[in-house]
Design a protein around this ligand. Structure first.
Ligand code: URA
Length: 266
C-alpha cells in the first residue's frame, strides 16, 4: 500500500501514530499527544484495539522564494569569506568550508554543530546519514531545504574525526553564523543538538533542560531539539524529537497568526 507522504516521513522518523478506536478524535480535532507513541511492538491488547489513523495534512507554511534578493551580493561576499577562511586551524584539515543551504528568504533556520565527513566532501550541511534523518524530520512539519528552511552549522569547517568543536573554534566561527542570521532574518530558529543550542544560547545547560521552551537569539524565537546523529544512535528518543518539532511548528504558527511577536518582521 502506498502511504501518504507525511506518513512516510514519520515512518522514516520511526514514529507511528496510533489511536484507540474508542478515543478517536472527532474530525478536525487535534490528535491527543497520548495517542502518539514511538515505534515499538504494540502490546497484544493494544494492537487488537488500535488502528493507524490518517495523519492530518502537513501544515501549509508560507513558502519563501529561493530567488536571490537585494542581499544577494552580501550573501555571496559572506560565502566567499567563509570558503577562504583561515581564522582557526581547522582550515588546514578541511576539504572545504561548508557555508549553508536553503532559500535566502526562508522563515526557518536550522542550526547544527559542524560538518561531518560527507558534508566536508560535498560542501553542503547535513547530507550524510544524520542529514537524511534531519530532512525526514523537517518534511514531517512541512519544511524542505529547497523551499522554506535554511540550514547552517555553528562551525563551517569539519573538526578532524568529528570531535566536538573547541571553544576557540566556536568563537572564531560564530560571527559567520551571526551574519547569516542578520541576512536571513528568520522568523524562528531550531537548534539541533547540545553544541548548537549551547553555542547560540551562551549556556552550558544540558540539552534536556533546554527543550520544550521558547528561547531567543536576539529577538528571534529559538527552539531546541536533539541532534539527528544522536537520534540515529538512540532511536528511542525520536518520539521526544517529534514532540519538539510539533512544539516549534506551534510557535511558528503563533508567529504567523500574530499571537506572539518575533520582534523582527511585521
Ligand atoms: N552534523 C552537523 O551538526 N552538521 C552537519 O552538517 C552534519 C552533521
Amino acid at each position: 500500500m502506498l502511504l501518504p507522504p507525511r506518513q512516510q516521513y514519520l515512518d522514516a522518523l520511526g514514529i507511528d501514530l496510533w489511536v484507540s478506536r474508542t478515543s478517536a478524535p472527532a474530525a478536525g480535532q487535534p490528535l491527543a499527544a497520548a495517542a502518539i507513541r514511538a515505534r515499538a511492538p504494540a502490546p497484544p491488547e493494544a494492537s487488537a484495539n488500535a488502528a493507524p489513523v490518517a495523519v492530518p495534512p502537513a501544515v501549509q507554511l508560507p513558502q519563501s522564494a529561493p530567488a536571490a534578493g537585494p542581499d544577494a551580493p552580501l550573501w555571496q561576499a559572506l560565502r566567499e569569506e567563509v570558503l577562504t577562511c583561515t581564522r582557526c586551524p581547522l582550515h588546514l584539515t578541511r576539504t572545504q568550508g561548508v557555508f549553508g543551504v536553503g532559500p535566502q528568504l526562508a522563515d526557518w533556520l536550522v542550526v547544527g554543530e559542524a560538518p561531518g565527513a560527507e558534508e566536508d566532501r560535498r560542501g553542503e550541511p547535513f547530507v550524510g546519514a544524520a542529514g537524511q534523518l534531519l530532512d525526514a524530520m523537517l518534511k514531517a512539519i512541512g519544511l524542505d531545504r529547497t523551499s522554506n528552511v535554511y540550514i547552517a552549522n555553528v562551525l563551517k569547517s569539519r573538526p578532524p574525526g568529528n570531535r566536538d568543536p573547541k571553544p576557540d573554534e566556536v568563537s572564531a566561527c560564530m560571527p559567520y553564523l551571526q551574519r547569516q542570521i542578520e541576512l536571513l532574518r528568520p522568523k524562528i530558529m531550531l537548534a539541533v543538538g547540545r553544541i548548537a543550542a549551547q553555542s547560540l544560547l551562551g549556556t552550558d545547560a544540558p540539552l534536556g533542560r533546554l527543550r520544550s521552551q521558547v528561547h531567543h537569539f536576539g529577538a528571534i524565537p529559538l527552539v531546541v531539539t536533539y541532534h539527528p546523529a544522536y537520534l540515529l544512535r538512540s532511536p528511542g528518543e525520536k518520539r521526544k524529537a517529534w514532540e519538539d518539532l510539533k512544539f516549534a511548528r506551534g510557535v511558528y504558527q503563533q508567529l504567523a497568526h500574530g499571537t506572539i511577536s518575533d520582534g523582527q518582521r511585521a
